[in-house]
Design a protein around this ligand. Structure first.
Ligand code: CAA
Length: 258
């Protein structure tokens, strides 16, 4: 992979975007490289969690403006399916994904981060949806995900003004889960991934699906869905390992994820 590297440490895959010359702007080719890495990760059952980060001063500075500029309505309709599709894929992937936001996360970059499950920002990160200042709006789910994360009126303010906010402000409004010093960003992301990895992965995946389901469900349907997932886990070895381990007062419970 030319611009997207991928490294496996224990049960976590670290994906790094390395296209510093465009601040990791999401072009058609960069998106297809990310998808190719995700294909490999999906085929590896030893990978439980994924961390996505960027090189240099950017996580991702948005969709590639050069590539978008001359497109017609029909062309951009097709083109935007790539970013939108990638973000839906991340959101639905049965593995928790952590965005380690090392710098600029603007436009399509913040949209991708919002499709991840958990966001950690470096203290020097800058986040925003500046599309209205380019005469357009988000094209990869930003208007749909931001209100769910920070609430409608803060989302509208960010989108209408296109303002960029810093990591502390992002933390204050709940856009990121925590803020780390630049040097400790990946360490924090791995610590979080390890805290997930030690649990039963069938349960973690069921939890991701159930939380995802809550977005479009009424409370009755949501609780029904949760009960189905909860009950299904009682057919797994992990449930016996986890609950049995507790009853036997075991200290280190090791799940086989089956
Ligand atoms: N697309 C294409 N190229 C980009 C880019 C982008 N989104 N962001 C940065 N670059 C390029 C710059 O053009 C520049 O290239 P050259 O060296 O060839 O001139 C290079 O990356 C470095 O960028 P800067 O010199 O601008 O770096 P800076 O430190 O001065 O500024 C920045 C950094 C504030 C992030 C600035 O680059 C910037 O404002 N970028 C655009 C941010 C933006 O508007 N993003 C939203 C895009 S639209 C979108 O994402 C739509 C969607 O929802 C799908």
């Amino acid at each position: 992979m030319e611009n997207v590297s991928y490294q496996k440490t224990d049960n976590t895959a670290l994906i790094t975007l390395n296209k510093a010359d465009t601040l990791n702007a999401l072009s058609k080719s960069l998106i297809s490289e990310i998808n190719a890495v995700l294909d490999r990760i999906e085929a590896d059952c030893e990978i439980y969690t994924i961390i996505i980060t960027g090189c240099g001063k950017a996580f991702i500075a948005g969709a590639d403006i050069d590539e978008m500029y001359g497109k017609s309505r029909a062309e951009i309709w097709d083109w935007s399916a790539l970013g939108s599709g990638l973000n839906l894929r991340l959101e639905k992937m049965p593995r928790p994904i952590i965005a380690a936001i090392n710098g600029y996360a603007l436009g399509g970059g913040l949209e991708l981060a919002m499709a991840c499950d958990i966001r950690i920002a470096s203290r020097n990160a800058k986040l925003g949806l500046p599309e209205t200042g380019l005469g357009v709006i988000c094209g990869a789910g930003g208007t749909q995900r931001l209100p769910h994360i920070v609430g409608e009126s803060i989302a509208k303010e960010m989108i209408f003004t296109g303002k960029t906010i810093n990591a502390e402000e992002a933390y204050r409004i709940g856009l990121v889960n925590r803020v780390a010093s630049p040097d400790a960003l990946l360490e924090e992301a791995f610590a979080l991934a390890n805290a997930v990895n030690k649990n039963g992965q069938l349960a973690v995946r069921a939890a991701k699906e159930a939380v995802g389901f809550s977005r479009n469900a009424n409370i009755e349907d949501g609780c029904q869905f949760e009960r189905q997932k909860f009950s299904a886990l009682f057919e797994t070895e992990d449930q016996k390992t986890g609950m049995g381990g507790f009853l036997r007062k075991e200290k280190n419970i090791v799940f086989q994820n089956r």
